[in-house]
Design a protein around this ligand. Structure first.
Ligand code: CO
Ligand code: CO
Length: 306
């Protein structure tokens, strides 16, 4: 076993032979959009994300599906599976089986297996003081998905969040790999940007400085958070991460958004400062969004928002 549970990394890694290691992860959740086909796609894109975050290539997937017995139109289930199948095909990943159960609340996701060269695993515990911190997707999907479920989201915000969730991290992985291995990498999901950054910071024994105004937030998320509040998961995230923040008194709404629970978020990675420009150029050439959001320093693990 090369990567297990201890470092809360994105996937487990098991060495097969000198050049190949197996990478395994599983993710499934309740619908985050109304359109069943789009939900299937997002479920697949989200399940693949942990594989990309490890620097690995996905190869096979098993479907996990929960639907209400007799209480759902079979064409809706077919659309969910089609959306997932399409995203897996784009990722050159074969769906080789699955399992379905009865459940009053629909759920879908995948267990994905990937492969990686054991010398090029992108871990979350290997960031170094002096590294730059980068993010590849805007945050705020938790607040927007809640507003959509409550029926209070505007179409613009809902669409922007859907596009974000349905975008694969494969291109971002490619843009990084074109330069080389990052010093550390993870993806931003349920723990929110601050939660996942805290895991990376703690595991790497570094101190993170976040340039809070550089963090991209989906247009509309801030006003929806103000009017309709945060989902329970985002509130828990803030309470979890607050003790590790240097500046935690009376957080502004924007600061609390940094802990918003994300669905199918971007890659969060670090590279040495001297590689920052060439990495930014690589993303620019490939047309993949990228935001520099902070830097790692030496010291007791904490996160400072500046
Ligand atoms: Co992850
Ligand atoms: Co995951």
């Amino acid at each position: 076993m090369l990567v297990g549970n201890a470092t809360h990394d994105d996937a487990g890694v098991f060495l097969l032979n000198e050049t190949t290691a197996l990478v395994q992860t599983v993710d499934f959740f309740t619908p985050v959009v109304d359109d069943p086909r789009l939900f299937g796609r997002i479920a697949a894109i989200n399940s693949l994300s942990d594989i990309y975050a490890m620097g690995a290539r996905p190869v096979t997937a098993l479907n996990l599906l929960a639907t209400p017995a007799g209480g759902i139109d079979p064409t809706i289930v077919a659309a969910m599976l089609d959306g997932g199948q399409e995203a897996m095909a784009e990722a050159h990943t074969s769906i080789i089986g699955g399992h379905t159960i009865d459940d009053p609340e629909p759920k879908m996701g995948y267990a994905v297996t990937g492969i990686v060269n054991p010398d090029h695993i992108w871990r979350n515990n290997t960031a170094r003081a002096g590294d730059r911190i980068y993010l590849t997707k805007a945050i705020g999907t938790g607040v927007i998905v809640k507003a959509v479920k409550d029926g209070v989201a505007d179409a613009g915000s809902a669409d922007a969040a859907a596009v974000m969730m349905a975008t694969s991290n494969a291109d971002a992985q490619n843009a990084i790999a074109a330069v080389g291995d990052p010093t550390a990498c993870t993806d931003v999901t349920g723990f929110g940007l601050l939660g996942h950054l805290w895991e990376l910071t703690l595991a790497s024994k570094t101190r993170a400085i976040v340039w809070e105004n550089e963090v991209p937030i989906i247009c509309g998320a801030e006003s929806l958070a103000q009017k309709h509040g945060f989902p329970a998961g985002s509130v828990r995230n803030w309470e979890f991460v607050a003790p590790h923040l240097v500046n935690r008194q009376e957080p502004s709404l924007r600061r609390r958004l940094l802990a918003d629970a994300v669905t199918s978020g971007g890659l969060l990675f670090t590279v040495p400062a001297e590689q920052a420009r060439i990495v930014e150029e690589s993303f620019q050439v490939k047309g993949v969004p990228l935001w520099g959001i902070g830097e790692m320093m030496a010291g007791t693990p904490t996160i400072e928002l500046v």
